[in-house]
Design a protein around this ligand. Structure first.
Ligand code: ZN
Length: 85
């Protein structure tokens, strides 16, 4: 099992933890409890994925709205020419 070094949020000392372990830990230097979550590492990757998904949704929505506007404008223009002709 590899060890990871993290900084205690209370006393800023380097604390060694087993890699992949997370939850509540007690700092050996200041005896304060702190929460170590693996989410902190995963967060950046998931955030990027979320942005890409959001961008895709926006692009699709924009395409649908643009398409609807084109159809409405086309039908309106067609109606006008029929009315005139
Ligand atoms: Zn500490």
């Amino acid at each position: 099992m590899n060890m990871v070094e993290i900084k205690c949020p209370h006393c800023n000392e380097d604390v060694e933890l087993d890699e992949g372990e997370f939850g509540l830990f007690e700092c050996p230097y200041c005896d304060e409890e702190f929460n170590w979550e693996e989410k902190k590492i995963m967060g950046s990757i998931k955030g990027k994925e979320l942005w890409l998904r959001l961008l895709r949704i926006i692009a699709i929505s924009a395409a649908i709205i643009f398409g609807a506007v084109v159809i409405v404008v086309y039908q309106y223009a067609e109606g006008m020419t029929n009315f005139q002709g």
